[in-house]
Design a protein around this ligand. Structure first.
Ligand code: NAD
Ligand code: TDX
Length: 324
């Protein structure tokens, strides 16, 4: 197997949750690699997420992945692109799907065209939800699935050196307070009762974001071109168990939460079989102790109130208007 050793990679969406964790992971683990973050700084992006990455290891470019001229210029100087930029939140996609179509579909198309022109190695970050057990009935899932298909077509038709990974639910530091785990942690820290959708029995397969980063690197370096790899760490848990673990860790009672209106079309269960990734590339998750990962995540939100307090009020107002 020939290894691909990039020295200058573009990380789209690198000011968001998973992209910023990946940029830090590269800075910490791959000394010879320079990262160019391309991020539009939407409500979900935060320049501070990249603080601490040494100068000289990273360049930040504030821009849109749909900007073909900008993308073309960046691709002319890079040897790989890892594509995290997306509209990522299901509840938002139900309220307003337009930005999802634009960023997830048109944005991915714009990047693929640049990869085709410049022969750039391309890794597309996708999600387990594209394999949801229902029809493609919510816009977040639909637009991510559409972007996966574009990547496959650009590989098969134009020979773009692309790989895809579909990962399970991530958790860890710097995740937006709209998402399940940070929402509940910051609710408790703000004196708001946590909110559980539906019957609380929906299952998600949790992976620490550091393990997602190491898996993406393994695929970029050693993955077979044209292949799709599933990333997961055997972390299936239902929502009420996760919530009760948070409550216990934060000194609350097991019933100190509110039941709220369910998400329309709420997927019952996501689960990932990562055997192919483990067998072919020898990848193993390192942060498999969920209780410990949760403790560290709670500590991060407790220690960084300035990071999340600004977004908290607006997020809760939006949820309240939806009865959630
Ligand atoms: P996020 O919402 O935290 O971050 C998305 C980032 O993309 C933000 O920094 C935002 O500013 C940027 N962005 C959005 N539109 C852009 C545009 N048009 N141009 C440039 N930048 C733009 O998302 P996340 O949770 O970090 O997810 C990242 C990727 O991982 C997504 O593709 C998502 O589908 C995928 N994924 C997420 C999970 C999860 O559990 N969160 C699981 C599997 C896969
Ligand atoms: O307040 C809440 N209460 C609640 O019960 C919130 C915000 C969520 N939930 C439930 C809904 C889900 O069953 O928790 C579960 C997790 O919800 P989210 O954090 O919104 O994640 P999910 O919908 O599973 O989507 C995630 O995985 C697939 C990512 O956010 C997506 O980007 C990824 O594509």
């Amino acid at each position: 197997m020939t290894e691909f050793n990039p020295s200058n990679i573009i990380v789209t969406g690198g000011a968001g949750f998973i992209g910023s964790n990946f940029a830090h992971w590269v800075a910490d683990n791959k000394p010879g690699v320079h990262v160019t973050v391309l991020d539009a700084l939407t409500y979900a992006g935060n320049r501070e997420n990249l603080d601490g990455i040494p100068e000289g290891r990273m360049t930040f470019v504030h821009g849109d992945i749909c900007d073909a001229d900008l993308v073309d210029r960046l691709f002319s100087e890079a040897d790989a692109c890892v594509h995290f930029a997306a509209e990522s939140h299901n509840d938002n996609s139900i309220a307003d799907p337009a930005p999802f179509v634009r960023t997830n579909v048109e944005g991915t198309f714009t990047l693929l065209e640049a990869a085709r022109r410049h022969g750039t190695r391309f890794h597309h970050i996708s999600t387990d939800e594209v394999y949801g057990d229902l029809a493609l009935d919510d816009p977040a899932r639909f637009t991510k699935a559409a972007s996966d298909l574009l990547v496959r077509a650009w590989h098969r038709t134009y020979g773009v050196a692309a790989t895809i990974s579909n990962c399970s639910n991530n958790y860890g530091p710097r995740q937006h307070v709209e998402k399940f785990i940070p929402r509940q942690i910051t609710n408790v820290l703000s004196g708001i009762r946590p909110k559980l959708y539906g019957d609380g029995l929906n299952v998600r397969d949790w992976i620490h974001t550091e393990d997602h980063s190491s898996a993406v690197w393994a695929i970029l370096e050693r993955g077979r071109i044209g292949e799709t790899y599933l990333i997961g760490a055997d972390g299936e848990r239902n929502n009420i168990d996760v919530l009760r673990a948070i409550l216990e860790e934060m000194g609350q009672g097991p019933d100190d939460f509110d039941w709220v209106r369910d998400r329309p079309g709420h997927d019952r269960r996501y689960a990932i079989d990562s055997t192919k990734l483990r067998r072919e590339l020898g990848w193993r998750p390192a942060r498999t102790d969920f209780a410990e990962g949760l403790r560290d995540t709670i500590a991060w939100y407790r220690d960084n109130p300035g990071w999340w307090q600004g977004a908290k009020e607006a997020t809760e107002a939006k949820y309240a208007a939806q009865g959630q």
